[in-house]
Design a protein around this ligand. Structure first.
Ligand code: URP
Ligand code: ZN
Ligand code: ZN
Length: 462
C-alpha cells in the first residue's frame, strides 16, 4: 500500500513548509515539492496541516485503582486517542508488591494484545524493590520498558519510601532508564486528610484542600535532590502548581537533568470545579488536585520557557454514575482520575496556538516530538521525516468543535471540558501508514496497534 499526501503544510518541531509526503507500507519514504510518484491512494491536504501523530506518555487504561478499574480499556482508550490525533501512548504496568516486574509486564501485554488500535509502550510502576529484585529494572530496560514511575503519594497503596526511591534511581543511573516521579508528600497529606475526615469534611472540594501545593513542591524538591545524589535524570509527572514548577526551574538553572510534564486539566480547570453542586465536583477529583486559577498562567509560562517540556493527559477515567459515586459520602473513596485522552491536541491548539501563547512548532514539540525523544521513540515517532513511521495527522486548523460527552469516544459518562469551544481538530489520522480515521470516520481496528520497545533515555539534551 502506498499513499501520497499532497499540498500539505508540514509542521514539525523545527519546520513549517509546504510539500508532498510519500508513504510506502508503514514508513515515510519521500518528502518534497510536487512528488511525481503514483500511489494507491492520494490525500489532498490543501488548507490543512500535516503534523506528526500525537504521543501521550501518561495514560492509565484498564487500570485497577481505588477499588475499581479505569473505564477505558485498550480498545476504547486507543480509539478515542486516535480521534483526537494521538497515535502513540505510553501506559503504565503496575508491579504488585512482592512480585517480579516481568509478571506485571506480561499482565499488561495481555490487557493490550489484540485490543490496542494504535502503537503503545509501557512504563513500569515500581511498588517495592528488595535488593534481590534490583536486576528486574535492567531486565525491563532491555525489554523496551525504559522508564519507571515511583510514587511519593498514596501511602499503603503505591507509595515507596526514600530508600526505595534512591535505590531505584541508582539502578537507573546504571541502566540508562528514566525515573518518572509522582511528587506529593503522601505522609503529610495523609495526616491532613485524616483530620479533615474526622471533622466531617467529606465533600469533593476537600480532596483539593487537603493536598496543598507545598506538599507537591516539597516532594519535587526531594525527588530532584535524590536524583542529583544518584546521578540520574528525573521526570516529574502531572506537575500542577507554580510552587512545584519553581523547584524544577531552579534545578534546571543549576544544570541538572530535571524534566516535567503538565496536563490540560491544570492548564484549563481550577479548584473551583471541585465545588460544583450535586457532587459534580467528584468529576474533577484526581491527584495532584486542581489549583487556584492563577497557577494556569504560570504553567503556560513554563511551557513557553521550556521548564515544562511535555503535555500528557494522565487519562484515568472513572464513570460519574457508578464509580465516582463510591465516594459520595467521603471524598477519600472517590476514585482518583479524570478523562482527557481525546482532547489534548484540541485544547492545546485552542489555548496555546489560537491564543498565541505558543507557536505551531512548539505545539508539535510538546505533544509529540519531545515525548518521543524523552521516552526512546525518536525518530521512529515524533517527526515527519524520511524513515520515520507514517504516523501523521491531517489537522484542520479551522474546524470548529464543541467538546462534549455526547460526541466524544472515551468510555466515560462525562467530559471534564464539557462545552469548551475549540477551533482546530484532527480530520484524518494515519498510524504506521494506515488511514485509521478518514475525514472523521473510524477505519481502524482493535489489535492493529503494536507494542513499542523503547530505547533507553537519550541523555543530556535539554
Ligand atoms: O489521580 C490520578 N492522577 N490518577 C491516576 C494515577 C496517578 O497518580 O497518575
Ligand atoms: Zn501519578
Ligand atoms: Zn497518572
Amino acid at each position: 500500500m502506498s499513499i501520497l499526501i499532497q499540498n500539505a503544510r508540514i509542521i514539525t518541531a523545527e519546520q513549517d513548509y509546504k510539500a508532498d509526503i510519500y508513504i510506502e507500507r508503514e514508513t515515510i519514504t519521500a518528502i518534497g515539492a510536487n512528488l511525481p510518484m503514483k500511489a494507491d491512494r492520494t490525500i489532498d491536504a490543501a488548507g490543512k496541516l500535516a503534523i506528526p501523530g500525537g504521543i501521550d506518555v501518561h495514560t492509565h487504561l484498564d487500570m485497577p485503582f481505588g477499588g475499581t478499574v479505569s473505564s477505558d480499556g485498550f480498545v476504547t482508550g486507543t480509539r478515542a486517542a486516535a480521534f483526537g490525533g494521538t497515535t502513540t501512548l505510553v501506559d503504565f504496568a503496575i508491579q504488585s508488591k512482592g512480585t517480579k516486574m516481568r509478571e506485571a509486564l506480561d499482565l499488561w501485554w495481555k490487557k493490550a494484545e489484540g485490543k490496542a488500535c494504535i502503537d503503545y509502550g509501557l512504563h513500569m510502576i515500581v511498588t517495592d524493590l528488595p535488593d534481590a529484585h534490583l536486576e528486574d529494572m535492567n531486565d525491563m530496560v532491555r525489554s523496551g520498558v525504559s522508564s519507571f514511575k515511583l510514587f511519593m503519594a498514596y501511602p499503603g497503596v503505591l507509595m515507596v519510601d526514600d530508600a526505595t526511591i534512591f535505590k531505584a534511581m541508582r539502578k537507573t543511573a546504571e541502566n540508562g532508564g528514566l525515573i518518572c516521579m509522582h511528587a506529593e508528600n503522601g505522609s503529610a497529606i495523609d495526616v491532613i486528610v485524616k483530620k479533615a475526615v474526622a471533622e466531617g469534611k467529606r465533600a469533593p472540594i476537600y480532596h483539593a484542600l487537603t493536598r496543598p501545593t507545598t506538599a507537591e513542591a516539597e516532594a519535587v524538591n526531594r525527588a530532584i535532590a535524590l536524583a542529583e545524589m544518584a546521578g540520574v535524570p528525573v521526570y516529574i509527572v502531572h506537575l500542577s502548581s507554580h510552587d512545584a514548577l519553581q523547584k524544577v526551574a531552579e534545578a534546571r538553572d543549576r544544570g541538572l537533568l530535571t524534566y516535567a510534564e503538565t496536563c490540560p486539566q491544570y492548564l484549563f480547570l481550577s479548584i473551583e470545579d471541585l465545588e460544583r453542586p450535586n457532587f459534580e465536583g467528584a468529576k474533577f477529583v484526581f491527584t495532584p488536585p486542581l489549583r487556584e486559577k492563577w497557577h494556569q498562567d504560570k504553567l503556560w509560562d513554563g511551557l513557553k520557557t521550556n521548564n515544562l517540556q511535555v503535555v500528557s493527559t494522565d487519562h484515568c477515567p472513572f464513570c460519574f454514575k457508578e464509580q465516582k459515586e463510591m465516594g459520595r459520602d467521603d471524598f477519600t473513596k472517590i476514585p482518583n482520575g479524570g478523562p482527557g485522552i481525546e482532547n489534548r491536541l484540541q485544547l492545546l491548539f485552542e489555548g496555546g496556538v489560537n491564543k498565541k501563547r505558543i507557536s505551531l512548532n512548539r505545539w508539535v514539540e510538546i505533544t509529540s516530538t519531545t515525548p518521543a525523544k524523552m521516552f526512546g521513540l525518536y525518530p521512529r515517532k515524533g517527526s515527519i521525516a524520511v524513515g520515520s513511521h507514517a504516523d501523521i495527522v491531517i489537522w484542520d486548523p479551522n474546524a470548529e468543535h464543541v467538546i462534549s460527552v455526547k460526541t466524544h469516544h472515551m468510555r466515560v459518562d462525562y467530559s471534564m471540558f464539557e462545552g469548551f469551544k475549540v477551533k482546530g481538530n484532527a480530520e484524518s489520522v494515519l498510524s504506521r501508514g494506515e488511514v485509521i480515521i478518514d475525514k472523521g470516520t473510524w477505519r481502524g481496528r482493535a489489535g492493529r496497534g503494536q507494542f513499542l520497545k523503547r530505547d533507553a533515555f537519550a541523555g543530556a539534551w535539554r
